[in-house]
Design a protein around this ligand. Structure first.
Ligand code: NAD
Ligand code: ZN
Length: 261
């Protein structure tokens, strides 16, 4: 176990309102590469920016096709040790919410109620219409691309532009998610920044806001980040290894309960 785990656990236990802020690093052990570590997926199928996506039918087809390729290459994935540990802390009332930059739906898959998850960059497990908001499944998008030779998928309800429900580079941040995340950063007394290089703004501004508003800041990441100098505790280690300490604590408690029956 990481030698700093006891300090981390004490900080979490002593917090009035702890909030987790997660990035791609929490999902690498699940098989989804992050942007910076070697892997090549994101260079092979480089996501296209919002203006390019909007510029033509062909660009939209290309953007959606790349996304579906990434999805196919990643395959079926489930939550990792970090997701499970956070879900346990939420269930125990020790963490009130998760603000995530991830689009992989794995916090939801770990059992955290959707209202406690704030997605800053949207969700990549489905698509939606940019005009009327109607949800369209990715399998429907794939079928459209296979059957239609030229046109990009159009909304079945209003004919509008269909895009994965993610926030692309150059696309406006979701206003309501950002507002809620800022309010949480201002009111929490502990923020756990987990698996983010803390280089993508405005998301990375949230740990800064939390710190300036008086919260303690913990950064868990296997390499140094831009904001380490602001943190009260930095743990440079594997996220699953570190957070598994919480799973082990929970498991041992469950075992004691069972053996006492
Ligand atoms: P990032 O790629 O910039 O940073 C991830 C950080 O996590 C890196 O510093 C890396 O060293 C660290 N890391 C990776 N695996 C780790 C592990 N097992 N233990 C400890 N540290 C580990 O990611 P970001 O800060 O989230 O920003 C990239 C943007 O791209 C975000 O918008 C993000 O949502 C998006 N993205 C999302 C996914 C996803 O949904 N899973 C994957 C890739 C990129
Ligand atoms: Zn529509």
């Amino acid at each position: 176990m990481n030698p700093s785990f006891e300090t981390l656990a004490r900080m979490v236990d002593g917090a009035r309102d702890a909030v987790a802020f997660t990035g791609a690093g929490i999902s690498t052990e699940c098989g989804i590469p992050d942007f910076r570590s070697p892997g090549g997926l994101w260079t092979k199928y480089r996501p296209i920016d919002f203006d390019t996506f909007m510029s033509s039918q062909a660009a939209r087809r290309e953007g959606l096709t790349r996304f579906l390729r990434i999805r196919a290459e990643v395959g079926e994935v489930g939550p990792g040790r970090g997701h499970r540990a956070i879900a346990g802390l939420v269930a125990a009332g020790k963490v009130s919410a998760v603000i995530t930059q991830n689009i992989d739906n794995l916090h939801q898959a770990s059992g955290i109620a959707p209202e406690r998850i704030i997605e800053l960059h949207g969700n990549g497990s489905y698509a939606h219409c940019l005009d009327c908001g109607t949800r369209h499944e990715l399998d429907w998008v794939a079928r459209w691309l296979a059957e239609e030779p030229e046109r990009a998928p159009a909304c079945t309800r209003c004919g509008g532009i269909v895009k994965t429900a993610t926030i692309s580079f150059g696309q406006a941040m979701p206003v309501e998610a950002m507002r809620r995340a800022q309010a949480m950063a201002e009111s929490c007394d502990l923020m756990l920044a987990i698996g983010s290089s803390l280089q993508v703004y405005p998301a990375a501004g949230l740990p800064v806001l939390a710190r300036r508003s008086g919260a303690r800041l913990v950064i868990i990441n296997r390499e140094p980040t831009e904001l380490d100098r602001l943190a009260d505790l930095v743990i440079n280690d594997d996220i699953g290894d570190v957070l598994d300490g919480f799973n082990v604590r929970g498991e041992s408690a469950a075992r004691i309960t069972r053996s006492a029956l």
